[in-house]
Each structure stands twice: as structure tokens, then as C-alpha cells.
Design a protein around this ligand. Sequence first.
Ligand code: 5GP
Ligand code: MN
Length: 340
Amino acid sequence: MISKIIAEDLIHKTLKTINQVDKIAIVVHVGPDGDAMGSSLAFWHYLMTIEKEPLVIVPTAFPNFLKWMPGSDAVMVYEENKEACDKIFAETELIFTLDFNVASRLAMMEQAVMNSPAPKILVDHHLHPGNYAAITISYPEISSTSELIFRLICRMGDFSKINIACAECIYTGMMTDTGSFTYNSNKPEIYTIITELIKIGVDKDAIYRQVFNNYSAKRMRLMGFALYEKMKIYPEYKTALITVSSTELYKFNYQNGDAEGLVNLPLSIQGILFSVFMREDTDKIKISLRSQGTFPANKVAADLFNGGGHLNAAGGESYQTLTEAIRKFEEALPDYKDFL
Ligand code: 5GP
Ligand code: MN
């Protein structure tokens, strides 16, 4: 038995709302990651088993290393098919918004989703949920939205409807949002849930291989280059910074998702508690921040880069040049010394 985390009235309201509709859209944040895809596809599989008409719509493309996920072929990418997606948002009867807390995380899809007459149900584990949803299922103490989806389906009385495809998606999100159970993963119930997923038939080792041992040689060389040439260490602040320009990314034939995981690597250096990665995109600098212990990566993301996230894993963006963003970061570093 796992404990009842989600409040009873939220379960009732969600169940009642689902029962009243057929067409259900599921949306996630821009730049979908393993948990965004895991939670949305898991819920998509579940809604199919209860004979609804669900559709997963993501703002931007998801990385290649998630393309093996069952159901991923049916996912619609807003950026690539705006007209069709706008029509769906105008006609759908219900929208689940998964793995993000505020509407701005939908980026260019925000207006279409928020202007839709369909009620929204938020299911998420980030701090400070916005108030756009009719039902807000927000539990920041849970390490992934995919785990919340497992809990939600079970509490709606449908554990038996979790098929292997659904279970694989749930496992993927739980695994990726905890860095393969290396952070934010000390709650025993995580492993009770994994036991259930394995009983359903999930091959957890195969999922690890699909996600993490599936990169191109170019991506590996980009990692090597970034670590060897582009990593700066600030020993007095127990901090590492890696920055990569768009020209450098081009040289390594950068594909969506290729830099995934790079930000974590400096944390394996003895004494490093805070690691930041800046990637120059076409119109902005995308920033990933990771920390160990109590150092608040999300505070730095919010203070400096208009972002947020979790204590140990956060993100943000900058519309300055890469050089300016680096300078801003370096100048601010002393302000966070007390957290070390
Ligand atoms: P990543 O570095 O993998 O892109 O993101 C790590 C975490 O930071 C994610 O859980 C995500 O929710 C959060 N995050 C990433 N980018 C942003 C951003 O631009 N704004 C906010 N508020 N959170 C972000
Ligand atoms: Mn997540």
C-alpha cells in the first residue's frame, strides 16, 4: 500500500470531470523532458484504456532519446502544426496541463491553451502553482509528475488499467527526473511504485539503455569538448560553469537534447556543489542549473535568469549575449556564498 498523497476531493473532482467528457488534450512545458513526456504519454495510454479521445500536444519537439516511448508517434508538436493544434484547443472538452506550474512555461502555446474554453486540470510537482486551473493537483514533495500520474490513476481506482506502455512511460519520468535515482529519490514509496511497474512488465534496464546509451558520436565529442575546453571552476564558490556558443554547437551537429545531462557532470568533481550550463540558442541563452544538498539552484535561476524549478534542478533563460550572461553570473556568485 502506498500512502494517500493526493487529497480526496481532488480525486473526486478529477474523476467526475473526466467522466463528463470524451475529448481530452494533454499539454506539457516547452522543451519537453523525460518527465513531461513520461507523464503525458502515461496518462494518454490510460485515457485510451478508458475509451476517451486523448491527444498529447507539446509546444516544441522532444529529444530523439525519447522517441522510442510508446505513443510518441501520435504526439503533436505545436510549433510544427500550429493550425491543427489551435483547432484542437478550441474544440477539446478538457485540458490536462502536466509537469509545469505556470502558463508561461507553455511558451508560444500559452495563448491557445489559456484561451481554450475547456477547463484545465494541473498535475505537477513544481513549487508555486499558478491559478489558471479548475483543479490544481500540485505536490512539490513528489519527485516526478509521472509518479503523481501513477498515484492519480491508482486513486481513481484504475490501477488495473495501467498497461505495460503506460507503466514504461511512468518509469521513464520517474527515472529521468531523479537522475536515475541519484537525487530527490530517498522516499521509500518510489521503490514500492517501481516494484509495481516491474510486475506489470517494465524492463527498467532496457529503459535506461534507451534513454542514456543512445546518443550519437558527435554528442559524445561535444561533451568532451565542453568539459575540456569550456568548463570553468570557481573553487571558492564550489561552482562550475560550462558555456557553449551556437557556433560551437553547430560544429558538433547539435541536435535537440544533445546537451542533456552535461550540467550534471561537474557535480561529480570533489567539492563542487553547484553547476551551471549556458547554451546559446538562436534567440536566447538557455540556462540549466544543478546543485547538491541545500544550495538553492532554483533561487539563482529566479534571481538571475527569470526561471525557477526545484532546489537541486532548475532552469532559466537570458536575452543578453552569452558574454553578458556569464558576467552577470560571475558578479552574482558571491551573493550565494552563505548557501554553500
Ligand atoms: P532543465 O535544466 O533540465 O532544462 O530544467 C531543470 C528544471 O528546471 C526543470 O524541472 C524545469 O521545470 C525547470 N526549468 C527549466 N527551464 C526553466 C525556465 O525557463 N523557467 C522555469 N520557471 N523553470 C525552468
Ligand atoms: Mn518533472
